[in-house]
Design a protein around this ligand. Sequence first.
Ligand SMILES: NC(=O)c1ccc[n+]([C@@H]2O[C@H](COP(=O)([O-])OP(=O)(O)OC[C@H]3O[C@@H](n4cnc5c(N)ncnc54)[C@H](OP(=O)(O)O)[C@@H]3O)[C@@H](O)[C@H]2O)c1
Length: 532
Amino acid sequence: MLVLARYPEIGMNGMGTQPIASTGTFRERRLPDPCAMVIFGASGDLTERKVIPALYYLVRERLLSDEYSVVGCGRTPFTHDQFRDKMRESVAEFLHLSAEERNQFPQGFGKRLFYQQGDFGEAAAYDKLRELLEQLDRERGTAGNRLFYLATPPSFFPVIVTGLGNARLARPQAPDQNWTRIVIEKPFGRDLASARDLNRSVTSVFSEEQVYRIDHYLGKETVQNLLVFRFANGVFEPIWNRRYIDHVQITVAEDLGVEERGSYYEEAGCLRDMIQNHVLQLLSLVAMEPPAAFRADAVRDEKAKVLRAIRPVPFDRVADSAIRGQYRAGHARGGPVPGYRSEPKVAANSTTETFTALKFFIDDWRWADVPFYLRSGKRLAKRASEIAIQFRRVPHLLFRDCATQRIDPNLLIVHIQPDEGMSLSFSAKLPGPVMKIRPVTMNFRYSEVFNASPPTAYETLLLDCMLGDATLFNRQDAVDLSWQLVDPILARWKEDGDRGLAFYDAGSWGPAEADAFLAADGRVWVPPDTTH
Ligand SMILES: NC(=O)c1ccc[n+]([C@@H]2O[C@H](COP(=O)([O-])OP(=O)(O)OC[C@H]3O[C@@H](n4cnc5c(N)ncnc54)[C@H](OP(=O)(O)O)[C@@H]3O)[C@@H](O)[C@H]2O)c1
């Protein structure tokens, strides 16, 4: 978990503060134990774009022990050197390395990379892996500590777990002994039944404390800052409830289409791909009660309580709480783009949703009757992830005779991407003799205040795994609860086929039905990124 206490005091706009030059101050300086990290799926996209660059960053920032090694596993045959060369090109591309850093790669990070070719379904691959790990323990001081990272298609998760178990590579955690942990990528199941099956496979080999279910949204700086914002400031928590908050909106918008991932997306759809995991996690952080301590189980207990308190959407009332849409041809990212049904590997009559809007209520004392509106979609007008907390209007309109007819309610926006930060809008008097009122905004941007880009989520999460801190990872109960919430909606949409599927132009903010959905409650979607 990040420790932010090292920052000097800051103002909302950063004025009067000393910017911090080094990104190294982001974290408490506790180094993880020596360890070997094994990446299954090392020739794949995630490894190349996220995992290896994140590890390189941690090494460059001196956040890892000197005794670390990384073993990539995949089907493609590579020698160690071929794998190192490929990873050097990836890191150079994704972290914009200087020529000097690129040249130093083989003597530094490159020397710690190894490759083990094999098929995940073959027992021999795990025996070879065990031999290599034992050799690294002897020669590189990795001390028997192992972090397995499953960056593979989900169908391989149970296969690899079983392979590790059979090869005696999944020793249970024992206090004061070397450790073994496993990181499992999303998606964790495709419905409640499959998530439970997967969990049974995983926990038949590893104990729950060894399992780190990753959701990279939770590693983002602003998402963690939401906890600091709520629980390290006296100003906001007293008004963080139904008495002062009118409603909450969470938007996760992408401007990209499905690109090359048509066959995956046809099976997934927006509700599974985004809402069940990222968006519900964000909701639980906004809505949870203060945990008793900032420890993994205390935080995860509170998050699970929120998910448990969300009112289920009954199968026969799905249309009252959920909208689904699909993009048709339009304009996005500066040019014409095809509709979803014309994308590669997508059925010409597909009913897969590329857009979802939902309304949830949390049935507890803090949030009774406060709607949480969630929306996510592909090929929307811009890429933006935001949480908008709209406060109630003032109870009495004092300024009746002024030139302003309507006073906007206060709005707090947590910007998650592309720029991380927060903004708070409130009413102010326009200068001049006439009483005119206008909303103004206080902005806090990470990049301005701290003079540094926050690390991407993967650095934070990988380091947390190595430190044994599971606070930002999903526990099985939260996974089950979120599937329980979306399962009836998925079932209803499956039964309905294309009945009720709304269409929207690529490059717009989604179907008109989503606007009507909020208008029916007398509300509008907050346009993302307008105040930041
Ligand atoms: N890509 C992303 O941005 C992203 C983001 C979030 C989550 N994820 C999740 O991360 C996981 C990996 O995604 P990805 O996009 O990296 O997938 P990918 O590019 O398709 O990579 C799959 C990897 O698995 C290996 N593999 C497949 N079958 C194998 C077998 N029988 N034996 C040995 N190796 C085998 C492949 O090796 P060969 O290529 O050598 O055959 C490749 O290294 C998925 O669960 C995905 O949902 C990905």
